[in-house]
Ligand binder design. Structure first.
Ligand code: MRU
Length: 356
């Protein structure tokens, strides 16, 4: 295992996003679990590239990184007017890095509104820049507290010795800390509750195998890695009492976009009478997107499928379809677990109430 000692390299509870005085240190998640390397980023272009190429990934971590990207991209402005223009321009630019996780747009909107507010208060240019950095740090620290609350609510649904299946990585690596779907497993550890986790490996880029299995194993959670196509068999054996996943965007009607393969897991869960839970912060709920049909679904390079294992595993020239996310219709979702509590159908009414 290679480590870069520039930043936090503890094996447990690795932080994926670290602000270090005047730069952003990002854990390069493409290299996990083999190498722990923090990339020192100093420009918004660095951050855009890191998001696009999955060096940082997971909806909340993308939003947090982009917030710091706005700070990096606007810090050389020499007047309030040019600073505001730079903040808005950088936010627009960073918004083009990936399309599905609404936390990205939520964080960028929050940074733009904060900057406008600081300028309206008549702060000096230096004070404005400092306050905007504090806003990004606050987005990150709030995420940690939010996830702890999500974990507490989710854990209330689980009992000692239950088997719980998860897909992709909605853990500490995807957030400021704890994760969303993985938060209850960390809190269960703290409380001496045993949960047996099944982690889908999550093709094509293996966030389940490389990241979820890694971070849970490092923490001492009982985790078993399975290939995606084993979930049905594991459920049929009676080993899974619940499914919990994260999400990149929840539409106003409760349709849920998450890593490709989530929909199949939800259908399997329903067929086996297993509850299917989605864990997310309010910043992932998008009341402006009416249904899952309107959620933009990212398509990624064919090479993720044809050469994902470091060598070619498909014939050259074969047609490939590689959507990064799918949409699980709300009727498959037993409950959505947020920092404000557990929400059930009818989602159109009950999600809206969360924001009242
Ligand atoms: O493509 P990724 O790795 O960014 O996809 C991540 C997911 O699908 C997560 O489940 C989701 O962002 C929630 S992270 C708390």
């Amino acid at each position: 295992m290679t480590t870069n000692t520039n930043a936090n390299t503890a094996n447990t509870a690795l932080q994926s996003v670290i602000w270090s005085e005047d730069r952003l240190d990002l854990l390069d998640q493409r290299l996990l679990p083999e190498e722990i390397v923090y990339l020192p980023l100093t420009t918004s272009e660095d951050v855009w590239e890191a998001i696009r190429h999955l060096k940082v990934r997971g909806a909340p971590a993308i939003g947090i990184s982009a917030a710091y990207g706005v700070v990096l991209g606007s810090r050389d402005a020499d007047s309030i007017a040019s600073w505001i223009a730079a903040v808005n321009k950088e936010a627009e630019y960073l918004a083009t890095s990936r399309p599905t996780a609404v936390n990205l747009f939520w964080a960028l909107d929050r940074m733009k509104a904060a900057a406008a507010g600081f300028a309206d208060q008549g702060l000096s240019l230096e004070a404005c820049k400092e306050a905007l950095l504090t806003e990004a740090i606050t987005i990150q620290s709030e995420d940690e507290e939010t996830n702890r609350l999500i974990g507490e609510h989710a854990l209330s649904l689980f009992k000692n010795d239950m088997g719980v299946l998860t897909h992709c990585n909605a853990g500490g690596l995807a957030t400021a800390k704890y994760g969303t779907a993985l938060a209850p497993f960390y809190l269960a550890l703290e409380k001496g509750i045993t949960l047996r986790v099944f982690a889908d490996e999550t093709r094509p880029v293996l966030q389940g195998a490389r990241l979820t299995a890694f971070e849970l194993q490092q923490a001492g959670v009982d985790v078993t890695l399975i290939c995606d196509n084993m979930a049905g068999m594991v459920m049929a054996k009676g080993w899974v009492d619940a499914v919990i996943v994260g999400t990149d965007r929840v539409a106003a009607n409760g349709d849920v976009a998450n890593k490709i393969g989530t929909y199949s897991v939800a259908v399997l869960a329903k067929a086996h009478g297993i509850p299917f839970y989605v864990a997310c912060p309010l910043s992932t709920i998008d009341l402006n997107t009416p249904t899952g049909a309107e959620i933009p679904i990212e398509e990624r390079n064919p090479e993720e499928i044809t050469e994902g294992f470091g060598k070619r595993t498909a014939p050259k020239g074969v047609k490939v379809y590689n959507p990064a996310f799918d949409v699980t219709p709300n009727e498959y979702v037993t409950a959505i677990i947020t920092e404000k509590g557990i929400v059930q159908a009818p989602y159109s009414d009950n999600l809206r109430k969360l924001f009242e």
